[in-house]
Design a protein around this ligand. Structure first.
Ligand SMILES: Cc1cc2nc3c(=O)[nH]c(=O)nc-3n(C[C@H](O)[C@H](O)[C@H](O)COP(=O)(O)OP(=O)(O)OC[C@H]3O[C@@H](n4cnc5c(N)ncnc54)[C@H](O)[C@@H]3O)c2cc1C
Length: 421
């Protein structure tokens, strides 16, 4: 027998985007059902590093970010061409001045519990199978519960006034409603593993710009070492996909080569890997459209929201989730579904110029030789490296003037250049 229920807000997927949306919608007093196919805790392939801006979102949600189980980092070391520059996270903005490194297994479980505590009905172990569409209008979803998580077993039908789609990079639910990724935009592809290291409690994360193809050309991507404070580091490689395409084998080859390149100072025990390395895709630069419909919005990876400058996807996911909950709440409060249009408008005004610049930069870095020239230039100037760090983590201080006006000029130029092939 099918179990049937109705709600004001249905959220599909309990990653950072879906849990943030569920938390904020429940916080505004809405009736929320959040469905997640996995049971918690579950793995989610990630580098596990949160930028100060992401930490700010967690703090806003009422999550205790100074919890001793979260490993803090206070800066970023950028390495290229045998040279390194270490920078502290900026303090001249509203966000915390530290980032965090926390396994997604733990972070996502915590976020799910948080949404549950705020009042959302969270059902894990429930896979959404298809939308319910009546007279061309989305009415909710059909789902199947495994009975292994917090959700019931068997067929479920959830009817909802509004649906927030947070089902990750492949976004099957979004696709069934007609969302599509612009294929001319670069996509990221990345692979990570966990390794023991006596340097696991370092308070700096490191990015190394020295990935090369078989002919020795520098590739548009980087290797990372993110200490987790639990005896291990998360290390891996990320690459813009216009180089290594969608061939999972090549990212594995690159990962294996990276293991021989990890800076010795980290003393990473590469034989001690936990399980197998795992990889995934990063849909970036607002590459998915449309991002909303008459009574639905798409958030996080499902909306192609990963930051094209650095592959950071958790911060945009948390931010999208909050904005989606706010527009849905307003639509219910005012009885005016057109409120949902604010989602697209707000995304455009807050992110579009930034992402547009990011898309142009990623496109340029795909051209042979440019990555090498760019990193050679950057690593010789602390001022330039700091600017890159601020831009890539979206921590530019717009009032600062000076070098940061370069960024403003870049955004204006990006608006003038068409970025579709
Ligand atoms: C190798 C790698 C390293 C990365 N490193 C970093 C990093 O260090 N820092 C960073 O900020 N970002 C990083 N990212 C990106 C980041 O992981 C993602 O951007 C982020 O997880 C997006 O969150 P989300 O909530 O949109 O999607 P997800 O985290 O993918 O969550 C989607 C959820 O939806 C669920 N779901 C899917 N389909 C259904 C269905 N039919 N029914 C019910 N539930 C469903 C999934 O099980 C999942 O729990 C990395 C990505 C990769 C691949």
């Amino acid at each position: 027998m099918t179990m049937r229920l109705s709600t004001e807000v249905l959220v599909i997927g309990a990653g950072p985007a879906g849990t943030a949306a569920a938390h904020w919608a429940a916080e505004s007093g809405r009736m929320v059902v959040l469905l997640e196919k996995e049971t918690m805790p579950r793995e989610r392939v990630c580098g596990d590093a949160l930028t100060p801006k992401a930490v700010g979102h967690l703090a806003d949600m009422g999550i205790e970010v100074n919890n001793k189980n979260f490993h803090q980092h206070h800066g970023l070391r950028m390495t290229a061409h045998g040279q390194s520059i270490e920078l502290q996270w900026p303090t001249d903005h509203d966000h915390p001045s530290h980032g965090l490194a926390i396994r997604r297994r733990s972070l996502d479980k915590l976020l799910v519990e948080h949404a549950d505590n705020t009042g959302a009905q969270v059902w894990t172990g429930v896979e959404v199978t298809e939308p319910i569409i009546e007279h061309g209008h989305l009415r909710g979803c059909r789902a199947m519960g495994s009975g292994c998580g917090s959700g019931p077993e068997g067929e479920i039908e959830v009817r909802a006034r509004f649906v927030i789609i947070a089902d990750g990079p492949l976004s099957p639910f979004g696709r069934s409603l007609g969302t599509a990724r612009t294929r001319t935009y670069a996509q990221g592809v990345a692979m990570r593993g966990y390794f023991p290291s006596p340097r696991h409690s370092e308070e700096v994360i490191e990015s190394v710009f020295d990935l090369r193809d078989s002919t020795g050309h520098q590739l548009p991507g980087y290797g990372w070492i993110f200490p987790l404070g639990d005896g291990t580091v998360n290390t891996g490689v990320g690459l813009l996909s216009h180089h290594h395409g969608n061939d999972p084998q090549s990212i594995r080859e690159l990962f294996d080569k990276w293991l021989l390149q990890i800076p010795e100072a980290w003393e990473v025990d590469t034989d001690g890997i936990e399980g197998e390395p795992e990889g995934g895709r990063l849909p970036m630069g607002a590459s998915v459209r449309p991002r909303s419909g008459p009574n639905w919005v798409v958030v996080g990876d499902a909306a192609g929201s990963v930051n094209p400058f650095n592959g950071d996807g958790v911060e945009p996911a948390l931010s999208n989730g909050r904005l989606a909950a706010s527009v849905v709440n307003d639509a219910i409060r005012t009885g005016d579904g057109l409120e949902l249009r604010r989602y697209e408008k707000q995304l455009v005004s807050s992110y579009d110029h930034y992402y547009r610049l990011g898309r142009l930069v990623t496109k340029a870095l795909g051209k042979p030789g440019l990555m090498r020239r760019f990193t050679l230039l950057g690593i010789q100037s602390r001022v330039l490296t700091e600017l890159v760090m601020r831009i890539s983590t979206n921590l530019v201080n717009n009032d600062a003037g000076g070098t940061e006006s370069v960024y403003e000029i870049g955004k204006v130029v990006a608006r003038l250049i068409p970025d579709r092939d």
